[in-house]
Design a protein around this ligand. Structure first.
Ligand SMILES: Cc1cc2nc3c(=O)[nH]c(=O)nc-3n(C[C@H](O)[C@H](O)[C@H](O)COP(=O)(O)OP(=O)(O)OC[C@H]3O[C@@H](n4cnc5c(N)ncnc54)[C@H](O)[C@@H]3O)c2cc1C
Length: 402
């Protein structure tokens, strides 16, 4: 970090504004900004994106030489590199602005024991890289990267497992325990991502077991709560109560949730009540209530607020000041994804708050599903691309480049 905690604390949080594009894009050169503008303009073009998605998959499958093009454009915007060493420059740049890196191994959709073992070994390397590295305040992993969805679903339904399945599940537990133990030894918190509701009970059980084991007075293992689920506020209070009884700190990443359409479709197809809130207002309400509950109990809860929502980020920042909570309180972090919402991350960090970015990485071909999701999100989510594009254009104008 370039500044001491004391220096950070002495800054005036009241000057915080997400409209400050000079701070937001301070790490970007003129040519970086122009490239970003070109990319976000492309992402805003829906027909082109649909075509691009299928064309990219096809050319990669045919081993056509498009890697360089992808790497120079969308990959560089949203990923740190193809490997941990390749992410070092990104980590360094973010650190210059007081922003931590969360190395996010973003290889998805794998389903064999060889893949799970390879992912496990890579995740060990992420924890080892974070160990003693103050620029990397968290590690992260997805349980579904270590075991098949079908077994996680069966375990979630508490169905009897066959001897083979039992052995696989034990191996998963050992791997999860190994990662959390390493994180504990490294004194680096580790986030467990939230996933689809039909595999989440197994994830919650594993996360709670690890929290009970490794969270003493410091939050080390964080579970994730998706507030688009109508049952998560109750879950938060119940899990916090359990942790209090055990005398350990509860720790959570609070997000809105990434799988809404998939969740609703499945519930509809199979005829069970959707676990998702009826509307966005309800999701927002529970998101706010979860943040507020965490602040009420901040001495016994570790909170990572994972959002690109300006209002949610500003509300938390202001509420901390209002309640007299130090703005660099070690139990409170803001987090965004690399390549998105720099106006939130950089301005929060500039004002003295704790901020980290998920920095996805992995071989280009393997992270394509992740990149396609980012592209779709930036194409379909109302306002997201427009917002990024407008901010970039404002900064280009401020620099007299437009
Ligand atoms: C650092 C970080 C970590 C993340 N980790 C995870 C994770 O572990 N698991 C995960 O699932 N997601 C994760 N996400 C993604 C997150 O859940 C959201 O999908 C994404 O951030 C968009 O929500 P928002 O709060 O940023 O913005 P907003 O634009 O305010 O919210 C959009 C979200 O609101 C909800 N929503 C939208 N419309 C409706 C509706 N009609 N009814 C009900 N709800 C609605 C959906 O969740 C949608 O994604 C993470 C995001 C970040 C930034």
């Amino acid at each position: 970090m370039t500044e001491s905690t004391d220096q950070k604390l002495s800054k005036d949080a009241s000057s915080l504004s997400f409209k400050n594009t000079e701070v937001a894009f301070s790490s970007k050169s003129d040519s970086d900004l122009k490239k970003a503008k070109f990319l976000f303009k492309m992402l805003a073009n829906k027909p082109m994106m649909v075509l691009g998605k299928y064309a990219t998959n096809a050319v990669l499958a045919l081993h056509l030489p498009v890697k360089g093009l992808i790497k120079a454009t969308i990959f560089n915007q949203f990923c740190g590199g193809e490997s941990i060493p390749e992410c070092a420059d990104t980590t360094k740049v973010l650190d210059q602005y007081g922003i931590g890196t969360i190395l996010d191994y973003s290889v998805e959709g794998k389903d064999s024991e060889a893949d799970f073992k390879a992912a496990f070994e890579e995740l060990i390397r992420t924890v080892q890289t974070a160990s003693g590295n103050e620029h990397i305040p968290f590690c992260v992993f997805k349980i579904s990267g270590l075991e098949s969805n079908s077994l996680l679903e069966k375990a979630s339904l508490k169905k009897e497992l066959s001897p083979n399945e039992k052995a696989s599940f034990e191996k998963l537990k050992e791997r999860v325990n190994h990662l959390c133990k390493l994180a504990h030894e490294a004194n680096t918190p580790i986030l467990i991502d939230a996933e689809e509701s039909w595999i989440q009970p197994a994830i919650d059980d594993l996360a709670m077991e690890m929290i009970a084991k490794y969270n003493g007075e410091k939050p080390i293992v964080y579970n994730t709560l998706q507030m688009y689920r109508h049952d998560r506020l109750a879950h938060l209070k119940e899990a916090h109560e359990i942790c209090k009884q055990k005398g350990v700190i509860y720790a959570i990443k609070v997000v809105r949730g990434a799988y809404m359409e998939k969740e609703r479709e499945r519930a509809n197809e199979r005829g069970y009540p959707s676990p998702i809130q009826p509307d966005k207002v309800s999701t927002d309400r529970d998101f706010d209530l979860a943040i507020s509950y965490a602040l009420d109990h901040i001495e016994t809860i570790g909170l990572c607020c994972g959002t690109h929502n300006e209002n949610s980020s500003m509300a938390l920042a202001q509420e901390m000041v209002k309640r007299g909570i130090p703005i660099s309180h070690p139990h409170i972090y803001f987090a965004q994804l690399y390549g998105m919402s720099d106006h939130i991350s950089f301005n929060l960090s500039h004002a003295g708050y704790n901020v980290a970015k998920y920095v996805p990485y992995g071989p280009i071909k393997e992270v394509m599903p992740y990149l396609i999701r980012r592209a779709e999100e930036n194409t379909s989510v109302a306002g997201q691309t427009g917002r990024e594009l407008n901010l970039i254009i404002s900064e280009l104008k401020r620099r007299k480049l437009e």
